[in-house]
Ligand binder design. Structure first.
Ligand SMILES: Nc1ncnc2c1ncn2[C@@H]1O[C@H](COP(=O)(O)OP(=O)(O)O)[C@@H](O)[C@H]1O
Ligand SMILES: [Mg+2]
Length: 352
C-alpha cells in the first residue's frame, strides 16, 4: 500500500528528525506541497502548537525525552494560521530503551470528531427532553395535591397519584434503558452465558403479559421438536423477549405468534455458518411501514407512536449482537410486523 492511499495524514521522520515521508492527506490537512517537505526538519515543516500556543515539539521532545516513551496520545493541536488538527505520534525504537529511530505522526481532521460531539449533544438534548415531560407531570400533580389536598375527592386524588406513579416508573425505566445504551455503545455489555431453555423463557414472558392483563387468547406459541442447546445470558434473553412481545401487544394487534425453531446463523466475514435458535414474533397489527423498516432499530425512533421511549429495539439489537446473533424485521404474511432473531448456540469452547 502507498502512504498516499491512507485516508489520514501520515508524516514519518528519521532518527535525525528529518522528514522521510509526507503523504497526500498530510499535505491536504496542512496546506503545503508534499514534495517540498521531504528532508525538512520535522519541527520546521510541521510547527504544531497546543491550544495555549506552546510549541508541541519542544514540549514533547521526542528524540531526547524519556526513553520509555512510546509515543503521544491523540491531541487537538493548532497549525500555523490556527487551523485545528488531531495529532498522535509513535516513537519507533530498535530496542525498548534505545534511541528513536523513526517518528511516525498521524494527522486527522477534526470534522469527524465534531460530528461525534454533535451527536452527543443531540443525545443529551433528546434525553433531557424525554425526562422533562414525566418530571413536569410529577411535579405538577404533587404540587397541586399538596396545595389543595382537601378540595379533591378520594377518587381524584387516587387518579393523580396513579399518574405520578406511572410517570415515576417511566423515568426509572428511561434511566435503566439509557444505562443499557451506554453499555452497548461503549462495548461494555456483559454477556454471562449459561444454558437457557428458550421455550420456557418465551412461556414465562407470555405468562407475565397475561398476568398484566393481556388476553391469553392473543398468544400462539409454536416450538420445533428438536432445538439445539443454547448458551446465552438468561436475563438478557428475557429482556429481548419482553421487549418484542410487549411491542407486539402494544403496537401490534390481533394474535401474536411466537415461533421457536433451529436456524443457521450465517457466518460473518468469511467465518463458517453456525447453528443457532431462531425466535420469530409476528402480529396482525398495522406493521411497520416499508419506508421505516430500516429505522426501527435506531434509538428514539418510534414512528408516530406516543408513550414509548423508542429505545427498546435499539437495546434488543445491541443485546442480540453482543451474543453474536442477528435480528431482522419484515412484514408478516397477515400484514403485521414480524421480528426474527437468531442466537448462536454459544457453547463455551471448553465444552465443545
Ligand atoms: N409489533 C409492532 N408493530 C408495529 N410497530 C411496531 C412494532 N414493534 C415496534 N414498532 C414500532 O417501532 C417503534 C420502536 O419500538 P421500541 O424501540 O420498542 O420503542 P417503544 O416501544 O418504546 O416505542 C415503536 O414506537 C413502534 O412505532
Ligand atoms: Mg418497545
Amino acid at each position: 500500500m502507498h502512504p498516499d492511499d491512507l485516508p489520514d495524514g501520515l508524516v514519518v521522520a528519521d532518527e535525525t528528525g528529518r522528514i522521510v515521508c509526507f503523504n497526500a492527506a498530510a499535505a491536504r490537512l496542512t496546506g503545503v506541497t508534499q514534495a517540498d517537505m521531504l528532508g525538512l526538519p520535522l519541527d520546521a515543516a510541521l510547527p504544531l502548537q497546543d491550544l495555549d500556543g506552546r510549541r508541541w515539539w519542544t514540549l514533547t521532545d521526542p528524540y531526547r525525552g524519556p526513553a520509555i516513551r512510546r509515543g503521544q496520545p491523540e491531541r487537538n493541536l493548532l497549525l500555523p494560521g490556527g487551523r485545528e488538527v488531531l495529532v498522535s505520534a509513535r516513537y519507533v525504537r530498535d530496542h525498548p530503551r534505545g534511541p528513536v529511530r523513526r517518528l511516525v505522526v498521524a494527522l486527522r481532521g477534526t470534522e469527524s470528531r465534531r460530528r461525534t460531539e454533535r451527536s452527543h449533544v443531540e443525545l443529551i438534548a433528546t434525553v433531557a427532553h424525554e425526562l422533562r415531560s414525566p418530571l413536569t407531570s410529577v411535579k405538577g400533580f404533587t404540587a397541586t395535591l399538596l396545595a389543595k389536598w382537601e378540595r379533591f375527592t378520594e377518587d381524584q386524588k387516587k387518579l393523580m397519584l396513579q399518574t405520578v406513579d406511572a410517570d415515576a416508573n417511566r423515568v426509572t425505566r428511561l434511566i435503566a434503558e439509557l444505562l443499557d445504551i451506554s453499555r452497548i455503545d461503549t462495548g461494555r455489555l456483559e454477556v454471562r452465558r449459561q444454558p437457557v431453555d428458550i421455550t420456557a423463557a418465551v412461556r414465562h414472558r407470555v405468562e407475565a403479559l397475561i398476568a398484566a392483563g393481556t388476553g391469553a387468547d392473543r398468544f400462539r406459541v409454536t416450538v420445533a421438536e428438536a432445538l439445539p442447546a443454547l448458551w446465552a445470558d438468561p436475563d438478557k434473553v428475557q429482556q429481548i423477549l419482553g421487549n418484542l412481545l410487549e411491542n407486539a401487544v402494544r403496537h401490534g394487534a390481533g394474535a401474536v405468534t411466537i415461533d421457536v425453531s433451529p436456524a443457521v446463523l450465517p457466518g460473518a466475514r468469511g467465518k463458517p455458518d453456525t447453528e443457532g435458535t431462531a425466535v420469530t414474533v409476528s402480529d396482525e397489527g398495522p406493521g411497520i411501514p416499508e419506508e421505516s423498516l430500516g429505522r426501527v432499530f435506531t434509538r428514539f425512533w418510534r414512528g408516530n407512536r406516543r408513550g414509548g421511549t423508542g429505545l427498546g429495539l435499539y437495546i434488543v439489537k445491541g443485546i442480540i449482537e453482543a451474543h453474536g446473533g442477528l435480528i431482522t424485521v419484515d412484514r408478516a404474511p397477515g400484514g403485521g410486523a414480524r421480528f426474527r432473531f437468531i442466537l448462536p448456540v454459544g457453547m463455551p469452547a471448553v465444552l465443545g
